[in-house]
Write a protein that binds this ligand. Structure first.
Ligand code: CMC
Length: 429
């Protein structure tokens, strides 16, 4: 039976609003008729209570620490799948058959190269340029080469543009690293898997054969799977917002990359390692930093802690923490910041400030330790997040475009400025 909510307004109006129920029994009040019928809007800074769309891609229960892509728990995907298979699942809504997976993988190989002219772009960036600045510019530039990315044709060409993006982002990321190292670009090679190819393009050199370490490939697959999709987070909401104006998919994804760069979002993974290194350099006193994070006047936060939605634990952090111990042991690495990170988690989780505010380690807290162990430089951490999140951005863009009822994103506001004021000529001011 249809459920309704009733809203009584101070001016005496009453409106009956439908209650929408999701497949996991989540409830939402549909306010889409509110302004037209009552002249009122809702106000929700940061959108903590606002659903911007209905979506069938990801289920996230922040109270119980549940994350599922297309219904499948991330823990199962981490244990039995690969990033390429998960990318297919997220975008197309079902696990691929072997034939579908083989074709998807072959298409990824086919589109791994970037246009040769694009290589010259890399030499125009300063050697100090952050790889996220380079990546976003390069992804936006792809739309200059693939003109069928106009939005009219794009929905039809989604498959093509999706594989281009997923494949080329890896090449662009590796090339930006090579440029920063002053080393020659290493072209992709079809003999390698998605992650293997990336590692070879990052760390291979022309003078010798690149030897792949399967433990490193597995660790990279795990991290990319865990980043693949996360419903309406800041960067995904950005991709949808930009796409809703019918900007092409490359422009929409480039905007998502820039949103991800912020330290409160994907940029936190770089900040976490920098924070842990600072604690180490200052003698390892985690309590000093915890005290600073609790001081409202310090402007300092424990990076890698807290989440808008997870209020119990972040299931991605649980998987990554366990993987951290495993990967470091397998690779024979003793990273002192892992001990500092664990100590910080233990102390923060027994501190009333963090307990009361339900602040737990998030996905970014331990991921950097694995990235560093497998050789990824610190300023590339957020680039890795972008490579991982790409299937989610594409899936959300596709879902929006496939929805005939989608509209341009255009929030309202409550105006708090001056009332009508006359212009005063400059000589009279
Ligand atoms: N350290 C110390 N205090 C914190 C932290 C933190 N990391 N995070 C939140 N708080 C406090 C905050 O000061 C506030 O306290 P009070 O109620 O006394 O004013 C309270 O907790 C609620 O914080 P909020 O800013 O209202 O929470 P939010 O949901 O708007 O922000 C967040 C979520 C992730 C931006 C925030 O927790 C944060 O800044 N964390 C550090 C950055 C980080 O790790 N980001 C990665 C997020 S997970 C991956 C991703 O999505 O990219």
């Amino acid at each position: 039976m249809a459920e309704n909510a009733e809203l009584n307004l101070p001016d005496g109006q009453t409106i009956v609003l439908p209650v929408i129920t999701g497949t996991e029994n989540e409830k939402a009040i549909d306010i889409s008729r509110l302004r037209a019928e009552t002249g009122h809007i809702t106000l929700d800074p940061g959108y903590g209570n606002t659903g911007s769309c209905a979506s069938a891609i990801t289920f996230l229960d922040g109270e119980n620490g549940i994350l599922r892509y297309r219904g499948i728990p991330i823990e199962q995907l981490c244990a039995g799948s690969s990033f390429v298979e998960v990318a297919y699942l997220v975008i197309y809504g079902k696990l691929p058959t072997q034939t579908e997976l083989d074709k998807f993988s072959a298409d990824l190989n086919k589109h791994a190269l970037i246009h040769e002219d694009m290589k010259t772009f890399f030499s125009s960036f300063s050697t100090q340029a952050h790889p996220m600045a380079i990546l976003s510019a390069m992804v936006a530039s792809l739309s200059a080469y693939y003109t069928e990315a106009s939005v009219e044709q794009e929905a039809e060409n989604l498959d093509l543009n999706a594989v281009r993006l997923i494949s080329k982002i890896r090449t662009l990321a590796a090339f930006s690293y090579k440029k920063s190292m002053g080393q020659p670009f290493i072209y992709p090679n079809d003999a390698f898997s998605y992650c293997g190819n990336f590692l070879r393009m990052m760390f291979g050199v022309p003078a010798e054969e690149y030897e792949l370490n399967q433990d490193i490939v597995d660790a990279l697959n795990l991290l990319l799977i865990l980043h693949a999709e996360h419903e309406q987070n800041c960067s995904t909401a950005t991709v949808r917002t930009v796409g809703s104006s019918h900007a092409n998919i490359y422009a929409s994804v480039a905007a998502g990359i820039l949103a991800l760069w912020g330290p409160l979002h994907g940029g936190a993974n770089q900040q976490v390692i920098e924070m842990l290194e600072l604690i180490r350099a200052e003698g390892g006193d985690v309590d000093k930093f915890i005290a600073k994070a609790k001081d409202p006047n310090s402007g300092f936060r424990l990076m890698g802690f807290g989440h808008r939605v997870y209020k119990n634990f972040d299931p991605r952090a649980t998987v990554i923490k366990a993987a951290c111990d495993r990967v470091l042991e397998t690779l024979g690495i003793d990273d002192p910041v892992l001990e500092i990170a664990k100590k910080m988690e233990e102390h923060a989780l027994s501190d009333e400030y963090f307990v009361k505010r339900k602040l737990y380690p998030n996905v970014d807290f331990y991921s950097g330790i694995i990235y560093r162990a497998i050789g990824i430089p610190v300023n590339m951490f957020t680039v890795m997040f972008a490579v991982g999140r790409l299937p989610g951005w594409i899936a959300q863009w596709k879902e929006m475009m496939d929805d005939p009822t989608h509209r341009i994103t255009r929030p309202r506001q409550v105006y708090t400025g001056d009332n009508a004021t006359d212009f005063v000529p400059i000589a009279e001011r």
